[in-house]
Design a protein around this ligand. Structure first.
Ligand code: CP
Length: 336
């Protein structure tokens, strides 16, 4: 256990050691046990978390806000239009001013090619911890909750478990690459074998896969890529069917309109990438369905499967609360 996390930033878990991540999980399990008993401790009394959302959120917003309340502090829910960001205030000035008034800054900015850069610029100038609530590259808070949920259902030793991270059809919105990228970067460090499945038009970034393979070597897991949902599901212990956009090809397009048109054409070619009970039957006995949510029911996955005994999506969502409380306590509070 690492007892020196106070003051750290979390932009990507790939920059954190396995020992540091294990610390967050150990404290999260303790937080969950106490939550079940109705025990609350004012670990962050009088402390403020600024939450700046450039996009919508249900789980991230409410796990952090609920978590701060349970820890005796306050989470301030902000959007660019509530601040001077809409009028062009710089990341530096935003970071400096918020650092003078509160104890941590969390940001969700998923704009392609801009989000992570914005977070990094805030982190460069902030004098308090900066926490990613998701950007165009990473979603560390989701990664922590996913890993906690997997440990809860499969035990602490995850070596040799196979996870199918499969692209799936969706009509709701083009979801960022940050969830599957985070899973590919994170899970193999804990011994899991990740199989990514996607149609040719929707790859994860080569650079991210290369980094994931490098990190996997040290952790004993692996990362591979296939072009069929069925191949990924065969023999899997965990199946994660989820849409992501084809942002890796974004730069090939003349403008946003052209990109949207081609994306839609590509998407419509792959309506059959839906996870069904019949497909899931090829997974291992005792296999589980996970999904970061929101799910596009009837497109990414059938209601029958998502609502079945195999699904652990609500444990996964609840664990956003416990992992976030753990992280906030360690970064904003912790050992004086
Ligand atoms: N999984 C996730 O981040 O959910 P929200 O977008 O609702 O926060």
């Amino acid at each position: 256990m690492n007892t020196l996390l106070r003051g750290r930033d979390l932009i990507t878990l790939a920059d954190w050691s396995v020992g540091e991540i294990r610390t967050v999980l150990e404290v999260a399990f303790d937080m969950k046990r106490r939550y079940a008993l109705g025990q609350y401790e004012d670990l962050l009394k009088h402390k403020t978390l600024f939450m700046l959302f450039f996009e919508q959120s249900t789980r991230t917003r409410n796990s952090l806000e609920g978590g701060m309340t349970q820890l005796g502090g306050h989470a301030h829910d902000l959007t660019p239009d509530k601040m001077q960001i809409t009028h062009g205030e710089s990341p530096k000035d935003t970071a400096k001013v918020l650092s003078r008034m509160g104890d941590a800054i969390s940001i969700r900015n998923c704009f392609y090619d801009l989000g992570n850069a914005y977070l990094e610029e805030i982190a460069e100038h902030a004098e308090v911890p900066v926490i990613s609530m998701q950007d165009d590259l990473y979603h560390p808070l989701q990664g922590l909750a996913d890993l906690m949920t997997i440990q809860e259902h499969f035990g602490a030793d995850l070596k040799g478990l196979k996870v199918a991270v499969s692209w799936a059809y969706a009509t709701t919105h083009a979801k960022p690459l940050s969830v599957p990228v985070t899973q590919a970067l994170l899970f193999p460090r804990f011994g899991l074998d990740v199989v990514v499945a996607n149609p040719p038009e929707f790859p994860l970034q080569d650079s991210m896969l290369a980094r994931a393979r490098k990190l996997a070597d040290a952790g004993g897991g692996s990362v591979s890529v296939v072009d069929s949902m069925d191949d990924a599901i065969a023999g899997a212990d965990i199946v994660i069917p989820k849409n992501w956009g084809g942002f890796a090809h974004f730069d090939d397009f003349v403008d946003d309109e052209d990109h949207a048109r081609v994306m839609k054409e590509n998407l419509e070619k792959h309506k059959d990438w839906i996870c069904t009970t019949e497909r899931f039957a090829a997974a291992n006995k005792g296999a589980k369905i996970m999904h970061a949510l929101p799910a596009d029911r009837g497109n990414e996955i059938t209601d029958e499967l998502l609502d079945s005994e195999h699904s652990i999506i609500y444990d996964e969502a609840e664990n956003r609360l416990h992992t976030s409380k753990s992280l906030l306590s360690l970064l904003m509070g912790g050992r004086p």
